[in-house]
Structures are given as C-alpha cells and as structure tokens.
Design a protein around this ligand. Structure first.
Ligand code: MN
Length: 232
C-alpha cells in the first residue's frame, strides 16, 4: 500500500529548556472567559457553562515568525491567552484531578478574523472562518508544569508596537483551567498532544501589516510575531 499524498507531518511545538518538542494533536479554544472581555464583545459575563471552538493543529506558528495578514478580512484581531498542553489523556476528568493531565503551559495568540466571527455569531453560524485559518495560533515556548508549577495566577499582557493593549491577571479567568478540563473532557476524550487556549482578557483590537505583537504571561516565555503582507 502506498499513501498517495505526503500530508502526515506532525505539528511540533518547541518546549523550553532543550530540544524537546510537543506534538500537537488538537487545539481547543474557550470563548469569553474573562468578564471584561465578554462585556467588550457585547455579552453578559454570567456563569453560563464554558463553550468551545477548535483550530486545526497546523494553524500553530512558533514564536518569532512573520505571520501573513489573512485573506478575506478587514478586521484582523489579536487575543492573548494562557495555553495549556495536555500530557495525559482522559474522559470525564474531575476538576480535582485535572492537574494530573497537564504537561505544560505557554503564551498564545488566538488570532481572529473578527468581521467573519461577528457575522457568523449574528447569523447563528459556526465560527470556523473567523477563528480557524492559516497561521491563526502563534504560541511561545511551552514550559513543563514540572518546571514552572501550575499556572493559576500571574500577569497576562500584550503589546502592539510597544504599546500595552491587553493587561490582566490569569486569576480573573471566569472558568479556571481545572474547570475547563472537566467540561472539555466531558465533551471529548482528551489525549496527550491536545492544546487548550483558555480565553482572552479585555482589550482586543485590530492589527495591520508591519505591526509587531509581543505577549507574555508571568513565568512563561513570550509569544512574538510580526504581521506580514496579505497572504492572498
Ligand atoms: Mn480567544
């Protein structure tokens, strides 16, 4: 048997402190998980259950690269987020046991075609074209939980061209990382290699070609990207 096209290359995210790499299996994202961001998006930050969307693994971009301005948008936004990398799979994981499943943490950007996302939201359509597109998930070096402990608090911020645009604390997550893992693992069986982007704080906004984005979370490596010319 011959596989007719060579499409099976894994997506590998670098791990801090050596040459090890994390093979990304799936990327799950949490919507509206900081109250001030929910309000800026015109929603009431009540404690409705968390909701999820996904990005393809190959949307991952390592920190330090140029990402092309995506096609079919006039409102391309950044969203700085705490990223959780799963190292041990499970189904229906209890919040109390969630930490056992976390391998690493990172700083990521949930890049968004906001115009397409909002149009989909208003029309009751899926968010895919607004959230899941080429180069939509830049992520900085992953840090093993064994090295940095469990990230439950700490400043999370994003600068565009040196100006601070988002500035919050991970402790302000509406749904904690452990609660997210409980919810998500009741929807999907989690496996090693899964990534969870945990939601963005307030201050989202547009970027243009030439803009330089630097985001960081206390204790983790930054994510840095420069926006390039329009992809096509
Ligand atoms: Mn997001």
């Amino acid at each position: 048997m011959t596989i007719v096209f060579d499409t099976l290359q894994p997506t590998l995210a670098p791990i801090a402190g050596g040459d090890d790499e994390f093979p990304i299996r799936r990327i799950y994202c949490v919507g509206r998980n900081y109250a001030a961001h929910a309000r800026e998006m015109g929603k009431d930050p009540d404690r409705d259950p968390p909701f999820f969307f996904t990005k393809w693994p190959e949307t991952f971009v390592p920190s330090g690269q140029m990402v092309a301005y995506p096609p079919s948008t006039d409102n391309y936004h950044y969203e700085i987020e705490l990223v959780v990398a799963i190292g041990k799979g499970g189904k229906a994981i209890r919040e109390a046991n969630a930490k056992d499943h976390i391998f690493a943490y990172g700083t990521g950007l949930d890049m968004t075609r906001r115009d397409l996302q909002l149009e989909a939201r208003e029309k009751g359509r899926p968010w895919d074209t607004g959230k899941n597109f080429d180069e939509a998930a830049p992520i900085g070096l992953l840090h093993r939980a064994a090295d940095v402990g469990h990230v439950e608090a700490g400043r999370i911020w994003l600068e565009v061209n040196g100006e601070t645009k988002q500035d919050a604390d991970v402790r302000d997550l509406i749904w904690s990382v452990d609660e997210i893992i409980e919810y998500l693992s009741n929807l999907y069986e989690l496996r090693a290699g899964d990534i969870i982007m945990t939601g963005t704080p307030a201050g989202v906004g547009p970027v243009l070609p030439g803009d330089k984005l630097v985001g960081q979370i206390d204790g983790l490596s930054p994510v840095e990207v420069t926006i390039g010319e329009t992809a096509f």
